[in-house]
Structure formats: C-alpha cells, structure tokens
Design a protein around this ligand. Structure first.
Ligand code: GAP
Length: 518
C-alpha cells in the first residue's frame, strides 16, 4: 500500500475508534489542534508513565516538577525566544499559501535522495545477488550526478541557515526551481522571519495588562526552578529534573496530523552537570534515549540519529532521534547539550545567582545542561503508525477475511482485557461481570455482549486490546474461560483464577523498564 494512503487510513482509524478527534469539529475544526478521545487519552497516559518511570523511578538523581504554563515575560527574553524563536517564511503569490523556506529546501534535498534510492532499487532488481551497492553508488553516472546536486545544495543551505541569510534562502528556492505544490508556480515573495510564540494579556484592564506568552517549551520552567529543587531536595550534581506539560507554538506549516500541532505536550528532562563533562553526558543520554525507544520492539531499523547541521543558539551538540513514519524519517526527540546558556542568562536577567557549590572542590559554578526533549503527541503518532496493521486471515474452511489490528505493546494498550459472555442469557453476563469486578483494580477492562464473538474480536483488535476472554456454558461448570491472544489469534482454555497472573506477567511495565537497566 502506498505510504500516503496508509497514513490517510491511520488518521481515519484514529477518529473512527476514539483515539484522536479534530478540535472543535462541530464548528469545522481549528487548524493543527486536536482532542484525544476515550482510547487516545489512555494510550497517551501510558506513554507518559513509561517515560516518567524510566527517568524518575530508575534514576535516584532525577526528580519531577510541574511548573505553571504562564511565566514571567522576561524569561522569554532571557531564553532568547523573543528575539530568535522564529521560522523563515515564504509565501506563494498565486496560491497565497505560506511555507517554511527551510522545509521547502529540505524537501528538495529529499527528492535527490529519493532519485538515488530509485536507481539503487532498480539496479538491485536487475543484478540480483550479484549486486554490489557500494560499488554502484561510487560509479553509476546518474547516482553521482544526483549526489553532487544534493551535496552542493546541502552545503549552500547549511551556510544560509547558519548566517541567517534570508535573501540566500530565497535565491536557493529560485535556483532549484522549487514550485508551490498547490499553484505549481514559482512566484515567491521575499523570505522573512515569523516569531512562533503565542501571546496573551494578564491583568483585568487594558492599562494594567501585561503581555505574557504561552510557553513554547516546558524547559524554561525547569531552569527557573533549578535552585528551588536543588536546595529543597539537597540534590548533588549531576542531577536531573523531569517535567511533562503543554507547550504552544504558532506553527506556520502545521501538517501531518498530530506530528506538528499548535498546542502539544512535551516530556523534557534537564540534566545538570559539571562544566566540561557535558559531552560525555550527551553521549550517555543519546544511548539511553535510543534504548528507551527500541525497547518497545518496533524494530531497530525504524530509528536513526540525525545530528544537527545548525546548532541552536544555546547548544554545543545536538541530535535528533528520528523514526520512520509513513511519510519518511522524521524527528521524534531532541537531545541537546545546552551549555550554561540558560542558567547564565537567567542569572543576568533576574540578578539572582544560580550557582552550585561543589563540596568536593569547594568551588562555585553555573552547571551545564544536557536536555532530552520529546513530544508526547509525536510519540503517540510513532506508536500508532508502527502498530497499525492490515491482515488477511485464512479461515478453517479456506475462505479469507481481513482485519485491522493495532499491535500495540500490551503495556501501552488503552484496554488490556475484554470480557465477552458467549450469549446474553443463562447467567453468562453475570459471570463475565464477576471476572471484571476482580480484575478492574489492576487493569483497564471492557465488557461487551453485543454482536457475534467474531465481531467483538475485530472491535477489540482495532483498538489494540491484547487479551479477550470468552465466558461460555463450560465456565459455569468448571470455572474455565477461553483466552484469545490479539497478535497470534490463538486461543486456549484457562482457569479463571489464572487470568490475573497471565495478565500481570504480560502487561507489566516492570518488564519494559528492566530492559533499560541491562
Ligand atoms: N526544549 C527543547 C525543545 O523544545 P524542540 O526540538 O523544539 O526542542 C522538542 O522540541 C520535541 O517537541 C520535538 O522533538 C517534538 O517531538 C516535539 N515538538 C516540537 N514542536 C512540536 C509541534 N509543533 N507539535 C508536536 N510536537 C512538537
């Protein structure tokens, strides 16, 4: 199936099965804002718990925080967001559509990469086992020509971005003959900066109102509380502060469903370290965070690092963890060595010292910071994309059927167990409810009695429920039930008093967390 078609199906599935709805839908929606439905909120909460426990439970030197969204406006001056948190924008005069100039150019580079991959795939088919990819990449004329164009464009783009040279960005778009996907024309305006922060006013009358910003990242709430946490928790460096919360960005190119939203949620951790040790810690957190993703079992080749060509104003090293979405490899998480930029700047703007006294060296210093920053919504999209599976099933009589199943890691599944009475009579519903009453304290369970068992299985597959239990007449005689496993669709008969044990073993977050400590 074409990846574009797959992605459309995924978006439709999320709505149909209560995972994600467009915000304010009955008023025709609000661009790039989404609401999470009854299953979406459960999945989201499970993702957050996996992240939180992997940091706060597994590291005795990491603690949590929940800072307010509203913060003193000077914070955003000190952090550099008022002056530098902007995207380079360009408008197409014919379609009146607005684009990020850097994204148009990155898409053009991806086109050259796509052409190279196409040549490689063609040659692989032609030469079969004898195909030597390394040799082909070095010698094929079409590959070399596209590689040369790609590299020249890349070098020019990196220089323009690093120099913040907006005229050059426009010139690249013109020289590369990039067209607007809507109008097909090359009628571009100048490129200019656009600040991404939302602002509002605090205060009851216009004279006393103060302009404040909705935070564009949660990190600053951690920086301005660094000393509060360090002193009240008697934390010794190195230590970390973790936080989950909403962030807001007036994104210009808001697209790809919940990949780029205007209101979203971040999970950020700032790790405070002695100056000079930051690059070692940067490597540590790179490995740690990649393991966290890979432990979910979607496949090692689905992830890669992408080191930044242009470092943000605060960083001396930065990388992204990218996941292969249906629309290509894209950033899910950023790991940044932010130096002492933020604490230093807050010292300067607030006039308050934000230093650490090191009892071993008897010296004061401003700690350096390594940050890990991941979007909850992007992680949600990663998981749903990896889990969405369409299968053809061959039945016992040889006929075929199809099913859509979300192969979610059981620990993240919104509903863990569905219990079905085979029929609505003979005391089977009552028995099914007794089973749920025993299990509901530990697991999110669902009771279903409508439609055939087959239809009920399909509905649970579609929301990713890993276990379904059927209560039948034999249950009333010997207290056994049928358990059906989502992925293999295998069924077995087990005693009712074993359900809890089986579920605990297969659904424990502990098992997942233990993989991170190997
Ligand atoms: N404190 C550093 C920071 O905010 P970032 O790379 O701008 O860094 C970190 O954002 C993560 O937040 C991204 O990797 C992404 O997962 C998520 N994110 C950023 N902008 C987003 C948006 N508009 N919609 C959804 N998620 C977003």
């Amino acid at each position: 199936m074409a990846q574009e078609e797959l992605f459309k199906k995924l978006v439709a599935h999320c709505k149909e099965y209560g995972f994600v709805f467009p915000s304010s839908e009955i008023y025709d929606g609000l661009a790039a804002v989404y609401d999470y439905g009854q299953y979406g909120v459960e999945l989201k909460n499970n993702i957050k718990k996996y992240w939180w426990d992997s940091l706060v439970l597994l590291h005795e030197n990491i603690v949590g925080l929940d800072a307010a969204i509203f913060m003193h406006p000077t914070i955003w001056k000190a952090s550099g967001h008022v002056d530098a948190f902007s995207d380079p924008l360009v408008d197409n005069k014919d379609s009146k559509k607005r684009y990020r100039a850097d994204v148009l150019i990155e898409d053009q580079m991806a086109k050259y990469e796509g052409k190279i991959n196409k040549e490689v795939n063609k040659a692989r088919k032609r030469f079969g086992d004898a195909f030597d990819q390394a040799q082909f990449l070095k010698t094929n004329a079409r590959v070399l020509a596209n590689q040369e164009k790609h590299d020249a464009l890349h070098a020019r783009f990196v220089k323009a971005i690093n120099d913040s040279d907006l005229d050059e960005l426009r010139q690249i778009i013109v020289d590369e003959e990039i067209v607007c996907p809507i109008s097909g024309s090359r009628n571009w305006t100048d490129v200019r900066h656009f600040n991404l922060m939302f602002s509002t006013e605090m205060g009851s009358t216009s004279e006393s109102a103060n302009k404040i910003y909705l935070r564009p990242e949660t990190a600053q709430g951690i920086f301005v509380n660094y000393l509060n946490v360090q002193q009240s928790g008697r934390m010794k460096i190195p230590f970390g502060i973790a936080q989950i919360g909403k962030a807001f960005r007036n994104e210009i190119v808001a697209r790809q469903f919940i990949f780029r939203m205007r209101e979203f949620e971040q999970m950020e951790m700032q790790f405070f370290v002695p100056p000079g040790s930051e690059l070692e810690w940067f490597d540590y957190w790179k490995k740690n965070r990649m393991n966290w993703h890979r432990a979910l079992g979607f496949g090692e080749d689905k992830y890669r690092f992408h080191d930044h060509d242009k470092l943000a104003h605060y960083a001396n090293a930065a990388t992204d963890i990218e996941f292969e979405f249906p629309f290509g490899f894209k950033e899910v998480e950023g790991i940044h060595s932010r130096t002492d930029f933020d604490l230093d700047s807050h010292q300067e703007y607030s006039g308050k010292k934000l230093q650490y006294f090191d009892p071993e060296t008897n010296k004061n210093y401003v700690p350096f910071v390594v940050e890990t920053s991941i979007g909850v919504d992007r992680m949600f999209l990663q998981i749903i994309s990896a889990a969405y599976t369409e299968e053809t099933i061959t039945k016992e009589d040889g006929s075929t059927d199809s099913r859509v199943v979300l192969k979610l890691p059981p620990v993240l599944a919104p509903v863990k167990l569905a219990v079905f009475p085979l029929t609505k009579k003979d005391g089977l519903p009552k028995k099914a409810r007794t089973i749920i009453d025993q299990l509901k304290f530990d697991f999110n369970c669902q009771y279903e009695e409508k439609d055939s068992i087959g239809k009920r299985y399909r509905r649970q597959d579609a929301i990713g429920t890993p276990f379904c239990i059927t209560v039948d007449h034999q249950t009333l005689e010997d207290d056994t039930v049928t358990i059906r496993y989502r992925d293999s669709m295998e069924q077995e008969r087990i005693p009712v008093n074993q359900i809890n044990e089986i579920m605990k073993e297969k659904i424990s977050l502990r098992q997942l967390l233990e993989k991170l400590t190997d």
